[in-house]
Ligand binder design. Structure first.
Ligand code: KG4
Ligand code: ZN
Length: 339
């Protein structure tokens, strides 16, 4: 464990974020979202994201320190997201963190972004202790991990194609709902019948822990094509049925994995954890099985730096000048978390 207040920086996608975390306490958690910049393009434009991080990151770090009532001198370690993410975006955070670590004479901690999502549940007020099974579902990731020890989550399953949030966004776009589509799809689905259409649930086999969303997305495309002008009449039913096909395998596989590995709790993270239907499906099954369900606040489920500060406490620190040799990496390591 790395003790003392940690200054954490996260720039892997379209949020410029910095936080000060001390043990399980969040002293500050500042997020400057670029989402509106990317909306006209229907997705994140990597070059735009990197340039915007560059212009924003210093102010966000200053704000995080100010809100925590601390200066760099009070900080014990600097932590930063090293992987996975948009390479240009990651590089801005990593270069900033190296410069701050050098200037302040502090060790640097390289954090895996997915490790951060998993460790969000460790922070107050949720304070979930291992062992548990974690589901992280966002626009970029969909994965199940067995967390017997926060230092080394073990990958149980992941998506073989689209992430769950990506499937949500693509489905929402097919239904004419704009980007990002999650909240709009959920609102429309609330007025529809989730049994009206049957969409295939990818990789449905017993004991299966991986996910696949390519099939359900194509099925929606064909259904909309076949309905033609009638699509508008069935829009709410389509949204509800599609949402069900995306959320049900997430809930089922999370609970199945918890039972198989005999853990007392499950956790949700990532932007898709905001979905009310997913929470309902997981809560109902968790209650039936006597499992605790841990869901951090929405601000800790979506991309933020407090979760990076949490994961940093379970990751080895690197001293000057060794950290200069570490680079940003776009991909996740095969088979799990780089912790
Ligand atoms: O974690 P996140 O904020 O960003 C990353 O992708 O890293 O996740 C964003 C994803 C988007 O795909 C968005 O559509 C989805 O989370 N999302 C939702 C909801 N709110 C956000 N999906 C379903 N229902 C929601 N209420
Ligand atoms: Zn994320």
């Amino acid at each position: 464990m790395n003790d003392g207040p940690i200054l954490a920086i996260e720039t892997s996608c379209d949020e410029t974020a910095a936080a000060v975390v001390d043990g399980r306490a969040i002293c500050s958690n500042v997020v400057a979202s670029q989402a509106e910049l990317h909306t006209p393009y229907g997705g994140v434009v990597p070059e735009v994201a990197a340039r915007h991080h560059l212009g924003t990151v210093n102010a966000v770090v200053d704000e995080a320190l100010a809100r925590a009532g601390r200066t760099l001198d009070d900080i014990s370690h600097i932590a930063v997201t090293q992987r996975p993410g948009l390479i240009g975006a990651l590089l801005i955070g990593l270069s900033t963190a190296k410069a701050l670590a050098y200037a302040a004479g502090k060790p640097l901690i390289m954090v895996d972004h997915l490790h951060g999502h998993i460790c969000a549940s460790w922070l107050e007020p949720v304070e979930l202790d291992a062992p548990f099974v974690s589901l992280v579902a966002s626009g970029g990731h969909t994965r199940l991990d067995l967390v017997s020890d926060y230092r080394a989550p073990r990958l149980l399953g992941q998506t073989r194609d689209d992430a769950a949030g990506e499937a949500v966004d693509k489905g929402a776009r097919l239904l004419g709902l704009g980007y990002p589509g999650g909240p709009a799809l959920e609102r429309l689905a609330a007025q529809g019948d989730r049994t009206a259409f049957t969409f295939p649930v990818g990789l449905g086999g017993k004991g299966e822990r991986d996910f696949s969303y390519a099939g359900v997305k194509t099925a929606l495309l064909y259904t909309v094509r076949d309905l033609g002008d009638d699509t508008q009449v069935h829009l709410a039913d389509l949204a509800a049925s599609y949402q069900e096909a995306v959320m049900r395998p997430l809930a089922d596989r999370l609970i199945d994995a918890a039972i198989e590995h005999r853990v007392p709790a499950v956790s949700l993270g990532g932007g898709v954890a905001a979905n009310g239907r997913l929470r309902e499906l997981v809560q109902t099954q968790a209650d039936a099985r006597g499992l605790r369900l841990a869901v951090p606040d929405r601000a800790l489920c979506t991309d933020n730096a407090a979760m990076i500060g949490a994961a940093a406490q379970f990751t080895p620190a690197i001293a000057w000048p060794d950290y200069l040799g570490y680079d940003a990496i776009a991909t996740a390591p095969p088979g799990g978390i780089a912790a």
